[in-house]
Design a protein around this ligand. Structure first.
Ligand code: PLZ
Length: 448
């Protein structure tokens, strides 16, 4: 059924992007909205493990997994077989019309894997933003309250409600308002940039959070607090240790629901099944997507049974939510992750990356912070280590260099100065090391 495997080796057949990609880029400009950007416009024809093959025959090393989606790798044979079988059986009925077992099996799996050993229920959707929207719907419905508290540097999506929850203006929100109401923003416990330093960051951020919610929202008006347990697009910000637990306890005390947005951090990415596990945090509701289904569009809200079941029948749904092909992919992807011990693999990847990133920090003096966990790692680049001045141009130059050498890299961060690493867990060690060699060459070229 599957084609011959792709050798896990970088090949530069032409410049990157090459001439055939350039032709497609011209067609794109004439056919696709300019509002849809492409980071590295090398057009892909196949992928497997840690390699993406483009139309010009280049084999690119993938350090992005399509933004933390193909955790199991493209071409994962378990996923390919499960999806192929499901497509042959049936592709769609709509679970709300005539249901099927695959949806239930995914829900059972999520209820078991997500943090908290209480009774849970799940509802399935198509995208991360849709999951976040529905988590907020459920939280408001259950509590009868309206306010939602989100954090600085947060990213929760591009729909109207989730744009409102997202912190960064460009490119996500600029001229797309007005945004949904009853959204309040509080500071994030961002150790590297906390004004009084990392040591007191967690406690001080928590104090500010408590005081702002009290003064500007009123605890009794607050339906939910939503937080990414490691912030993704905002810069791979790992909150100060203990901060999440404090927020959880506060929420419990005031009858506020804690929503953990694990769309980017979920499914073994951080070396645990979920980033909340690392700190023993048990959110009331958790949103997942991306890594759940090996690249098929699937998302979920999982949460306390009494919360999820409080919604009236038919209050939640959508035509495609929990599509059977996506569910088949998720069941296969999760099975693969369990079989290979994907959490351990993510921690191995951290061991491969961190020493190399530390060397870069020592050698060039432009890395202010190395952070993240497992196979979700980043460096924050600054032009002055004391002043912590964000080095966005340097970040862009290093990114561009990597692209030209056939390494698919991603940046992020409120200030555009974070270089992030999200390789597929199925990429072999040698390939990851070759990618890091390219990164070193990029620093040598641009950070000297
Ligand atoms: N919540 C934590 O990371 C998606 C977005 C890329 P969707 N992140 C990548 C971009 O520029 O659009 C994300 C996330 C967290 C929600 C989302 C939204 O997930 O599947 O993109 O809707």
């Amino acid at each position: 059924m599957t084609e011959h495997p792709i050798e896990q080796k970088r090949i530069l057949a032409t410049s990157v992007p090459g001439p055939k990609s350039a032709e497609l880029a011209a067609r794109k400009a004439a056919a696709v909205s300019a509002g849809v950007g492409t980071g590295l416009p090398a057009y892909i024809t196949r992928g497997e493990g840690g390699i993406l093959v483009d139309v010009d025959g280049n084999q690119l090393i993938d350090f992005g997994s399509g933004i933390a989606v193909t955790t199991v790798g493209n071409g994962n044979s378990k996923v390919v077989d499960a999806v192929s079988r499901q497509i042959a059986d049936f592709t769609h009925t709509c679970f709300m019309v005539t249901p099927y077992e695959q949806y239930i099996a995914v829900a059972e799996k999520l209820n078991a894997l997500t943090p908290g050993d209480f009774d849970k229920r799940t509802a399935l959707f198509n995208s991360g933003a849709e999951a976040v929207e529905n988590a907020v719907k459920v939280a408001r419905h259950h509590t009868g309250r309206q306010a939602v508290v989100a954090f600085d540097h947060a990213y929760h999506g591009r729909t109207n409600l989730t744009m409102g929850l997202t912190a960064k203006n460009m490119p996500y929100k600029h001229r797309f308002g007005p945004f949904a109401g009853e959204i309040y923003r509080v500071p994030m416990a961002y150790p590297y940039r906390w004004p009084t330093g990392p040591k007191n960051c967690g406690d001080e951020a928590f104090e500010e959070f408590v005081s702002l919610v009290h003064a500007q929202v009123g605890e009794e008006n607050c339906a939910a607090v939503i937080i990414e347990p490691i912030q993704g697009e905002g810069g791979f910000i790992v909150p100060a240790p203990g901060f999440l637990k404090q927020v959880q306890e506060y929420c419990t005390e005031h009858g506020i629901l804690l929503i953990a947005d694990e769309v980017q951090t979920g499914f073994a990415r951080t070396g645990d099944w979920f980033a909340c596990d690392h700190e023993g945090v048990t959110p009331d509701l958790i949103t997942t997507a991306k890594g759940i289904a090996g690249g098929m569009p699937l998302a979920a809200v999982t949460g306390r049974a009494e919360v999820m079941d409080s919604v009236h029948v038919s209050g939640l749904g959508g035509t495609y939510g929990g599509n059977p092909v996506a569910c088949a992919a998720a069941l296969a992807a999760i099975e693969w992750m369990e079989e290979i011990d994907a959490c351990a693999r993510a921690r191995e990847i951290e061991q491969i990356f961190v020493p190399r990133l530390s060397n870069l920090a020592d050698e060039y003096g432009v890395i202010g912070d190395i952070r993240g966990r497992g196979a979700m790692l980043a460096v924050e680049l600054v032009s002055d280590l004391e002043a912590k001045t964000p080095a966005a141009e340097l970040t862009a130059a290093i990114n561009k260099y990597c692209h030209s050498q056939g390494l698919v890299t991603l940046t992020c961060g409120t200030f555009g100065n974070v270089f992030r690493f999200l390789p597929p867990l199925s990429a072999p060690d040698d390939l990851l090391r070759e990618g890091l060699d390219i990164l070193e060459a990029a620093f040598a070229e641009h950070a000297r």
